[in-house]
Design a protein around this ligand. Structure first.
Ligand code: SAH
Length: 255
């Protein structure tokens, strides 16, 4: 491990605690049959995943040195060398798949937005993020950290904050604490409103989170007269997923 110089720009913080690695791996639902690990690095999670029975398992890693290390140590493993954010995995799995990882923190939000975009393919996510991102994703209405990703993801996933991980179990240690969360796809096949408009409404609402919806949604340039008054006087952080759906439906009805 020491001879490997972590590359900061790739968000490389290698987990050194085997107990935590096992705990992350054991957080995956037992029924998962197709699995993608993002950013395996030196394989601290991979070595527990590779022996999972009946699992079609692939990893994607951007860093050439890590890829070479994985090829050497796990010759039967399918290591895709590339950027998770630029790959399409539908042809790889042909069906829904789960994602696991101690993720590169510099692209946490982008990973989560991609999960949202691929919500009909991604059945589950078990992953480590910065604690602050994990809390934001798991937050509910009324909390200060409740935001765009909390609403978008909880529309389609059950979100659980599993446990907090201290800085010193990584090499090099990050500046902040980490946390492991689990997202499990819920029963919602589709929202009862135009989903792209829903995303626009949620984003506009939180982009100016201190303003009432009446003011925050002005940037969308759409008539709001069909949106019930009590909603317009609230701020985005006070609204549940269902309330955002109701608001989106109301906007649609006057288009
Ligand atoms: N899972 C390992 C490594 C975590 S560090 C462990 O727990 O020790 C994050 C890893 O993600 C690094 O190996 C880094 O090279 C990789 N990575 C960074 N950006 C990536 C991207 N866009 N696509 C795939 N892997 C990426």
């Amino acid at each position: 491990m020491n001879e490997v110089k972590a590359k900061k720009f790739l968000g490389q913080h290698f987990l050194t605690d085997e107990g935590i690695a096992r705990r992350i791996v054991e957080s995956l639902s037992p029924g998962v049959e197709r699995l993608l690990e993002i950013g395996p690095g030196m394989g601290v999670l991979t070595k527990y995943l590779i022996n999972r029975e009946h699992t079609d398992f692939h990893v994607i890693e951007i860093d050439r040195e890590s890829v070479a290390y994985l090829h050497d140590h796990y010759p039967t493993l399918d290591v895709i060398e590339g950027d998770f954010l630029r790959q399409d995995f539908t042809s790889l799995f042909h069906d829904t798949y789960a994602i696991i990882g101690n993720f590169p923190y510099n692209i946490s939000s982008q990973i989560l937005f991609r999960v949202f975009d691929n919500r009909n393919s991604v059945s589950e996510v078990v992953g480590m993020f910065q604690k602050e991102v994990a809390e934001r994703v798991a937050a509910g209405p009324g909390s200060k950290t409740y935001g765009i990703l909390s609403v978008l993801l909880s529309a389609f996933y059950n979100i659980e904050y599993l446990f907090t991980v201290p800085e010193h179990v990584f090499n090099p240690p990050p500046k902040v604490k980490s946390a492991v969360i689990r997202l499990t796809r819920n029963e919602t096949a589709a929202l009862e409103c135009d989903e792209s408009l829903f995303v626009q409404v949620v984003k506009a609402g939180f982009n100016q989170r201190r303003k009432t919806l009446r003011n925050a949604l002005r940037q969308l340039n759409i008539p709001l007269d069909t949106v019930p008054e009590p909603f317009l006087g609230k701020r985005a952080e006070q609204l549940s997923v269902n309330e955002f759906v109701t608001i989106t439906k109301a906007i649609e009805s006057c288009r």
